[in-house]
Design a protein around this ligand. Structure first.
Ligand code: HEM
Length: 122
């Protein structure tokens, strides 16, 4: 079984992104670098995480090669931003993913990219 199906597929990923971005916009460190009109970001993240976890290639089909580190380059991202992003994700997961094991798998897979997108010290 693909990880995508194991974590609950489209339904779970939709719930995660819907729970995650309100937390991002409420976070003092993250809110300033995100647009107020967050719906397009929610949609792109839904598409990206779908393919990241082994589902259909929705992001690439619509936006081309993810090149996610490059797409984050315009924004100053410190270690603290990565910690904050992961904390918001952890808290979203606690709301919408009942399984401890599934939550741990998801966070584990996102840690690498989050710290990889760090592009400045302050
Ligand atoms: C490390 C902390 C992170 C910060 C501070 C951050 C911040 C941002 C910001 C500011 C945007 C652009 C919003 C806009 O103006 O359109 C963005 C877009 C995005 N981020 Fe992150 N991000 C982080 C980590 C991640 C991670 C770990 C992933 C997934 C593995 C991710 C996936 C995305 C996607 C898919 C987009 C949309 C890209 C597009 O425009 O096509 N981000 N992020």
């Amino acid at each position: 079984m693909e990880l995508y199906d194991y974590i609950g597929g489209e339904t779970t990923i939709r719930k995660i992104v819907n729970a995650f971005y309100p937390k991002v916009l409420a976070h003092p460190l993250l809110a300033p670098i995100f647009p107020e009109d967050i719906e397009p970001v929610i949609d792109k993240q839904f598409q990206f995480l779908t393919q990241f976890f082994g589902g259909p290639s929705l992001y690439t089909d619509q936006h081309g090669n993810p090149m996610m580190r490059a797409r984050h380059a315009p924004f100053p991202i410190t270690r603290d931003h990565a910690d904050a992003w992961l904390a918001c994700m952890q808290s979203a997961l606690e709301e919408v993913v009942p399984s401890n094991e599934v939550r741990a798998i998801i966070i584990d897979r996102l840690k690498g990219p989050a710290y990889f997108f760090v592009n400045t010290e302050r």
